[in-house]
Design a protein around this ligand. Structure first.
Ligand code: SAH
Ligand code: SF4
Length: 418
């Protein structure tokens, strides 16, 4: 299995050292939220670390509260505007820190109001974020990317054809949500609790549990009452099934869990989702049964992409119902979204409905997740940025930026309002 999992592994080879700081030095610092001038982005620094940093400046915990309020509640992007902090301290802070935002390189709105942004980070890498407004209520989900590209190679997924470029930092994950809020002017956080950007789904590019620590730190900021302040009940993380991290995720975060299941047995799942060879269905179902959040009211969502003639027969539906026995779950049937070069076709709608009915007859809810934002290529599994992992030889010979890529372009999007 490891061959499948590592063939797309993150680039760790450092480019050849040069005299003085090289472009790659700049890139790796920038990718960690540090600007070329050495200042750090305040967005994404954990509460604990920021407390330590403030203590190092002789400041109390109260400063963290103030800073977080300006950053995550008021949306301020200039330290100078933090007016309840003395001018002297603002100047000192601005010497070491800044409040960052990724650069928007594309901004598209669908006829169904789904909104997609392509965001460029300091090193030129890009990832997509999508806002999916609820059709009936004044709220919606922001679908966030966790990696540029993906290490996995699920056969039906466009992102899986892109080599992993790198993990996104906590700041880059959180700031995708901040950019979306900028776009809707949702600052300060509405006091009456009604927020248009009300939910977060970790369903964008990448496998969030292969970037667990960064995703965890970002989601802690998202859930913190003095941070973005979104309840864990309004956050869903989707994973292809990284079993050990499912346990950690449940213990550390307790957010809603979605599993990309897509097949009822190991043979078929091995074929379409190589990660199954490492974490087969029995282990995956055990992890789901033990997921700490499972005992409360919120069921695990079993995502199931409908692939014509592959996983969509009535016997597949019946086998699924058996497989998930004892797991508090519901299904989410996702019509396959085609992308250039894919061999699969989507199951006809009538057959999807029959499939859903079998699951329902067996006691499992199985709504169909109709695609949103297709006209702007913002549907599930179509994401693919132009960022490409650079080959070692090229990096070495040019001294060019490790891991950065050409950035001229259109990703495609995602996702599902929960
Ligand atoms: N990597 C994570 C989250 C991102 S994918 C995961 O795999 O769960 C979000 C959802 O879209 C997953 O359920 C994924 O399997 C599904 N998906 C991928 N490609 C798709 C496609 N072409 N059509 C429909 N859904 C797709
Ligand atoms: Fe990666 Fe998820 Fe796509 Fe699989 S479905 S390749 S894990 S993004």
């Amino acid at each position: 299995m490891t061959d499948v999992l590592t063939e797309n592994a993150p680039q760790t080879d450092a480019p050849a050292k040069q005299d003085g700081p090289s472009l790659s030095d700049f890139v790796s610092r920038a990718a960690n939220g540090q600007a070329a001038d050495g200042r750090r982005d305040l967005v994404g620094i954990t509460r604990e670390e920021l407390t330590e940093l403030m203590a190092g400046m002789g400041e109390s915990k109260f400063r963290v509260k103030q800073l977080w309020n300006w950053i995550y509640n008021r949306g301020v992007t200039d330290i100078e505007d933090m007016t309840n902090i003395s001018k002297k301290l603002r100047d000192r802070l601005a010497q070491d820190f800044y409040v960052g935002r990724p650069v928007l390189t594309a901004d598209q709105k669908s006829t169904d109001d789904t909104h997609k942004w392509l965001m460029k980070f300091h090193d030129g890498n890009e990832a997509e974020t999508v806002y999916i407004p609820d059709r009936n209520e004044d709220r919606g989900a922001v679908c966030i990317s966790s990696q540029v590209g993906c290490t996995l190679t699920c056969k039906f997924c466009h992102t899986g054809t892109q080599l992993l470029v790198r993990n996104l930092t906590p700041g880059e994950i959180v700031s995708q949500f901040m950019v979306a809020r900028d776009s809707y002017g949702e600052w300060p956080t509405p006091a009456n609790g009604i927020r248009r950007l009300s939910n977060i789904v970790m369903m964008g590019m990448g496998e969030p549990l292969f970037n667990y620590e960064n995703v965890r730190d970002a989601l802690r900021i998202a859930m913190d009452g003095e941070g973005i302040s979104i309840s864990r009940r309004r956050i869903t993380l989707s994973t292809s099934g990284v079993v050990p991290e499912i346990v950690r995720c449940g213990e550390d975060l307790g957010v809603g869990l979605a599993i990309s299941l897509h097949a009822p047995d190991d043979d078929l799942r091995n074929e379409i989702m190589p990660i199954n060879k490492k974490y087969p269905l029995k282990e995956l179902m055990d992890a789901c049964r033990n997921y700490p959040g499972m005992s409360n009211a919120r069921p695990i969502t079993m995502e199931y992409v409908m692939l014509k003639g592959v996983n969509d027969k009535p016997e597949h539906a019946r086998a699924l119902a058996k497989l998930v026995k004892g797991v508090h779950c519901k299904f989410n049937l996702i019509p396959f979204n085609k992308w250039p070069g894919s061999d699969y076709e989507c199951t006809p709608t009538n057959d999807i409905k029959k499939f859903a009915q079998i699951l329902l007859d067996n006691g499992y809810e199985a709504p169909i997740r109709w695609p949103r934002g297709r006209d702007i290529l913002a549907a599930c599994g179509q994401l693919k940025s132009e960022s490409q992992r650079q080959r070692k030889s090229r990096v070495g010979s040019t001294g060019d930026a490790g891991g950065c890529g050409k950035s001229d372009a259109g990703n495609e999007g995602i996702v599902a309002a929960q």
